[in-house]
Design a protein around this ligand. Structure first.
Ligand code: ZN
Length: 94
């Protein structure tokens, strides 16, 4: 289904949802039942939310201009030294 826009001279614009390619050059106004002409508008394309667009932009930026690394990543502790339960983190260690 595609949204087609029509304009009534008296009542203004209104939308009609029809299967693609089935729009007539004129339609009946839902308010006054008068003849209305079809209006061509930009397609309603959207990439999504602002956060999604920001994530896509950041991904493309990191691909084209990767961040410069000044030092190797910090060494991690050995797995045996880590405590799996965060509540036990403050207990004394041997
Ligand atoms: Zn009308």
């Amino acid at each position: 289904m595609v949204t087609y826009r029509y304009r009534c001279e008296r009542d203004g614009g209104f939308d009609v949802r029809l299967p693609i390619g089935t729009a007539e050059p004129s339609a009946r106004c839902p308010v006054c039942d008068g003849a209305s002409v079809r209006v061509f508008t930009a397609p309603a394309l959207s990439l999504g939310s602002r956060s999604l667009i920001a994530a896509i932009d950041e991904t493309q930026k990191s691909r084209d201009e990767p961040a410069v690394v000044a030092a190797p990543p910090a060494r991690r502790r050995r797995a045996s030294a880590q405590v799996p339960n965060p509540a036990l983190r403050h207990l004394p260690r041997p």
